[in-house]
Design a protein around this ligand. Structure first.
Ligand code: PA5
Length: 353
């Protein structure tokens, strides 16, 4: 019997216990249901919701935006950057999300939004963003501190759903939410380090991706999961990764797979049992066309029936795949030294101005 490469060779690579935090993700989601804004956000007549954030904090906005697209009468968009889009003003709800509360882009968006008379709320564990929210009397959801933004998605996502619900925008009914949590709990038991690779989908996928650059494709709901996979592979495994979406990729990117360099890339298609027939056909055809030149082609399916379970299960699987890729690459999944260094240099440049 072949031995699980994760059990023996990777000891000591995760001294801060990212695996434990990942295993606790389902219970983090349950605890997050109890977090609410103080003061509460009032019901409002809105024409647009903007979630402002960067990196690991912005992802909760992507999830909400994907869920909202066929459920809410108002668009939910995600703003990553300084300032605010011109459309922001009265009638816009801006939710500023920053796990640390120190992200300058997000703070600048909140300031711009307040200056333009938008309704605003804040999700953070502290920092300057919490101070600004308190000073302006804004609805503030205070998140538990001590995690990494990308490992705090439950704390970021469920309170964001709650804020929207307070504003009169209901995105997921309780049964759909409960189903999602049950699926995550099952996955938590199946994907952890103690489960050998033969019986562990995340380990198997990481082994399949080893030595290649992952290119993750999704469509509709799964497109946001594809983007999250990319960012998790980059931050956790410290490996470049790319993402794309169908049908768009069939109009440009598919040509790139003809290059001999494509042998170093592995395509992962995030599927959805509810995807359009046309999309299903495209995934099959695209896979057939790139298979000869690609380093690998893999399909991944979500768990559960509801949109929330399908979306969160794909994301949770991707988080574990990134974790195991980190171990296979011999890197600690926890620190993000390059991200920290950019922030340090920005602060230094600012203090010199
Ligand atoms: O995952 C990370 O650490 C980053 O992508 C951060 O989320 C990003 O730099 C923004 O920081 P914060 O989430 O604290 O606003």
């Amino acid at each position: 019997m072949s031995r699980d490469p994760f059990l023996a060779d990777t000891e000591g690579l995760d001294p801060r216990g990212a695996a434990r935090i990942l295993a606790e993700f389902p219970s983090q989601c349950r605890q997050a249901l109890a977090l609410s804004a103080s003061p509460p956000l009032s019901r409002a007549s809105l024409r647009h919701v903007v979630v402002a954030g960067m990196g690991g904090s912005a992802v909760c906005g992507d999830l909400v935006s994907a869920l909202a697209s066929d459920r809410l009468p108002v668009p939910v968009t995600v703003w990553r950057g300084y300032g605010a889009p011109a459309s922001i003003g009265p009638g816009t709800l801006v939710v500023a999300v920053s796990y640390s509360g120190a992200t300058e882009e997000t703070i600048s968006t909140l300031e711009a939004a307040l200056g333009r008379g938008a309704t605003a709320a804040v999700l953070t564990s502290g920092g300057a963003l919490a101070a600004l929210a308190q000073e302006r009397g804004l609805p503030l959801v205070r998140l538990p501190a001590g995690l990494l933004p990308r490992l705090a998605l439950g704390y970021l996502f469920f309170p964001l759903l709650g804020l929207l619900e307070s504003a009169g925008l209901l995105l997921a009914q309780a049964p759909e939410r409960d189903e999602a949590l049950r699926e995550l709990e099952l996955m938590g038991k199946e994907l952890g380090p103690e489960r050998a690779d033969a019986d562990n989908e995340a380990k198997r996928l990481a082994l399949a991706l080893r030595g290649r650059v992952p290119v993750i494709y999704g469509s509709g709901l799964t497109a946001v999961a594809a983007y999250r996979w990319k960012t998790e592979v980059e931050e956790i495994a410290k490996l470049l990764a790319f993402h794309g979406s169908l049908p768009e990729a069939d109009h440009n990117e598919i040509e790139g797979w003809r290059d001999p360099l494509a042998a170093g890339f592995h395509a992962v298609f995030l599927r959805d049992p509810e995807e359009d027939d046309a999309v299903a056909t495209r995934v099959r055809l695209t896979g057939e066309l790139i298979r000869a030149s690609a380093g690998g082609v893999t399909e991944v399916w979500p768990r559960g029936r509801g949109r929330l379970a399908r979306l969160l299960s794909l994301i949770y699987l991707g988080d574990w795949v990134s974790y195991y890729l980190a171990l296979l690459r011999g890197v600690d999944p926890w620190p993000v030294p390059a991200i920290e260094e950019v922030k340090r240099r920005l602060r230094a440049a600012k203090s010199r101005r």
